[in-house]
Ligand binder design. Structure first.
Ligand code: SAH
Length: 243
């Protein structure tokens, strides 16, 4: 993609999301009702892959850490990641979503916004540490920092090259035994371009090619179940660095 065209592509997406309410219903395109079943399948998938990785790496000491990429209003962190990992970071370019995420996570006791009353933080010590206000295309994760990089419903905003480069940086950001989890809509045939929100929906074969080009191999792939028929098929991919 030509650099100027690339810039416009991202600006159009930002413009689209600026007009969307900072609510779960907003970030899920009016399908807020699927949030519960989405996170419950994700939870089962994550536990399964973490368990198999733990067996391989024999567990490790220290705090566990995850990052929620294209986090929106912090839905996945609040519903899932903060319950599993000690520390969670969020990456999201839209300030009104990030502000809402901070509000939601402070209410959930996972973020200290400076107004927390003593004793209102989570008793398990899990917390949100960093909010990065930027796009995936600009983000360089700290090396060997994360046990899990969660990327859901946002990779369509990157073209193939930016997607591969981002996944390569994510790979470097993994601790030994860490995983990248990608959960995305799947088109049944060919790449579908959405000019309204400046995104593409890719078929399964395309995702496999991009993962391969990024130096990631598939640990597990599963279909999301129980979504309304009118929605795209959704797949969860657990990926680890190719040895
Ligand atoms: N993953 C969240 C939000 C999905 S909506 C969830 O499942 O609840 C898609 C999100 O991607 C929006 O919050 C949007 O602002 C964000 N986004 C758009 N372009 C992006 C980019 N280039 N990099 C990172 N996030 C982006």
């Amino acid at each position: 993609m030509h650099a100027d065209h690339g810039k416009k592509w991202y600006q159009d997406a930002i413009h689209y999301w600026k007009g969307v309410d900072a609510t779960v219903d907003g970030v899920l395109g009016g399908f807020g009702s699927v949030s519960q079943v989405d996170t419950s399948e994700s939870r089962a998938f994550l536990h399964h892959v973490l368990e198999s990785q733990r067996k391989r790496t024999h567990g490790r000491g220290g705090r566990t850490r995850a990052i929620d990429c294209g986090a929106g209003v912090g839905r996945i962190t609040e519903q899932l990641l903060i319950h599993v990992f000690d520390d969670v970071d969020l990456l999201e370019p839209l300030p009104h979503f990030l502000d809402k995420a901070k509000e939601n996570l402070a209410r959930a006791g996972a973020w200290d916004d400076g107004q927390q009353q003593q004793g209102t933080m989570r008793s398990d010590g899990h917390r949100v540490n960093h909010f990065f206000q930027m796009g995936m295309q600009e983000f360089v994760p700290e090396e060997k920092a994360y046990d899990c990089v969660w990327i859901q419903w946002c990779l369509g905003h990157l073209d193939d090259q930016a997607c591969v480069e981002f996944l390569q940086r994510c790979k470097k950001g993994l601790k030994d035994g860490g995983l990248v989890i990608v959960k995305e809509n799947i088109s049944s045939k060919g790449i579908i371009l959405d000019r309204e929100d400046s995104s593409v929906t890719r078929p399964h074969s395309c995702w496999l090619r991009l993962f391969k080009q990024s130096g990631l191999t598939l640990v597990k792939v599963e279909n999301q179940r129980q979504f309304p028929r009118e929605l795209f098929e959704v797949k969860m991919y657990a990926l680890k660095p190719k040895c």
